[in-house]
Write a protein that binds this ligand. Structure first.
Ligand code: MLT
Length: 410
């Protein structure tokens, strides 16, 4: 039996597992330390009451023969797909059909699995720094080439840095697929509608597929910043969008997300035939996925009730306020800081030209604050560090007070 040797090319462990391992080792050696975790973007506020009520009711349905549910539709229940179409899209004048929505166990799975639809020779472009799932899943599929100095030889990197204000330029040569994540993980920066339109136009002119990760759209409050790529004319022909209830409604532990594959999005065969991606993904899901749990889909549906909306908005405001605390606190202390306005992530420049990992260890040892080294998201992340607004408000404040005592000289 030969293995898929592409796995051997991957870094030994996934970024967040590596951080967890380092923090656990530190904790074992320093059991008295009061660590504050602002590393992985995991939520801390409990599930809101309206959603909990819906979960309980759905659990009770499972206890009665008359309302019990077994396997659900692989694509998700119509009640949720319909609610999503109306609430997340029609309300923004975007028309989608329920069968263009696929409910899943989260955007991480879908952004990782979508590569099943791509030819093994497709050239992939990513913004740099980038959510590691996009890269690692392409490495596993053999599309990435070889790793040299932190870069995969067949992946196109689109640098995002201070010089371009974290707004990537269009690729110099045409890729087949571009991953975009806005609001951005990890930098917390955004694209305006005008800026995003350039990408949609480019994709239409060059027959490129955009994989648009909108997992953080709920944090957008600026009018200029789109919530969905389908707000841009023509995007339905070239873009697949990924959404998540994880950060929007605290579902990191419940697991629910969805992917939109408009019927107009097409790819081509080697003999030039145009093929719609929607039926291919449907076929993939029917084969490899048996649907998201009924009770979880009922919980997700409750997010869209007026009361559910009020409750989740309060949590989103809480996290945005944390992001503000981080951003403002670090700026006051003299650090260079980006993002954190329409996003839960704050991207800071490390002080004194320190490397991302040196700063990670420095913060852990001197302040017992955990963040994520920017270089873990790609070569352009070197010299940067990510902090998340998903922590407890009091602890976030304390973490920033601890960092403020370090006094940077940048
Ligand atoms: C992160 O910290 O970047 C997130 O937890 C990513 C994710 O949602 O998987």
């Amino acid at each position: 039996m030969y293995i898929n040797e592409h796995f051997l090319a991957l870094p030994e462990s996934y970024l967040f597992s590596e951080i967890a391992r380092k923090v656990a080792a530190f904790e074992a050696e320093n059991p008295q330390s009061a660590i504050i975790r602002l590393g992985i973007g995991d939520v801390t506020r409990p599930i809101v009451p309206t959603v909990i009520k819906a979960l309980h009711a759905a659990v009770d349905e499972m206890a009665q023969a008359s309302t019990f549910r077994g396997y659900g539709p692989e694509q998700g229940y119509l009640f949720l797909r319909q609610t999503i179409v109306e609430h997340d899209f029609l309300s923004r004048n975007i028309t989608l059909e329920p069968d263009e929505i696929f409910i899943s166990d989260g955007a991480k799975s879908d952004t990782g699995n979508i590569g099943d639809l791509l030819d093994s020779q497709c050239v992939v472009a990513v913004t740099d720094p980038v959510y590691p799932v996009y890269i690692d899943s392409n490495v596993m599929a053999g599309r990435a080439g070889e790793l040299h100095n932190g870069k995969w030889s067949r992946i196109q990197y689109l640098p995002c840095n201070e010089a371009n204000q974290f707004i990537p330029s269009l690729p110099k040569s045409r890729p087949d697929v571009i991953y975009l994540c806005y609001p951005n993980n990890p930098t917390g920066t955004t694209l305006t509608r005008t800026q995003l339109k350039k990408w949609v136009d480019y994709a239409r002119e060059n027959d490129v597929l955009i994989l648009f990760d909108a997992a953080y759209e709920a944090f957008v409050h600026d009018e200029e910043v789109p919530h969905s790529i389908y707000e841009i004319e023509g995007a339905k022909e070239v873009a697949i969008e990924f959404r998540s209830f994880s950060k929007t409604a605290g579902f990191t532990g419940l697991r629910c997300g969805y992917t939109i594959i408009p019927k107009a999005v097409k790819g081509k065969t080697h003999d030039g035939k145009r093929v719609a991606l929607n039926p291919l993904w449907n076929r993939r899901q029917c084969t490899k996925f048996n649907g998201t749990a009924y009770i979880i889909q009922r919980a997700a549906e409750a997010v869209y009730t007026p009361q559910g909306q009020t409750e989740i908005q309060a949590n989103i405001a809480y996290y945005l306020n944390n992001a503000h605390t981080i951003k403002h606190g670090l700026e006051t202390a003299g650090y260079k800081v980006f993002g954190g306005e329409n996003a839960p992530y704050v991207w800071m420049k490390t002080p004194d030209g320190m490397s991302s990992w040196d700063f990670f260890h420095h913060l852990l040892h001197t302040c017992q604050v955990v963040g994520t080294p920017g270089v873990g998201f790609g070569p352009c992340g070197e010299g940067y560090f990510r902090l998340t607004g998903f922590g407890d408000a009091q602890k976030t404040k304390e973490a920033i007070e601890r960092i403020q005592t370090l006094k940077p000289s940048i």
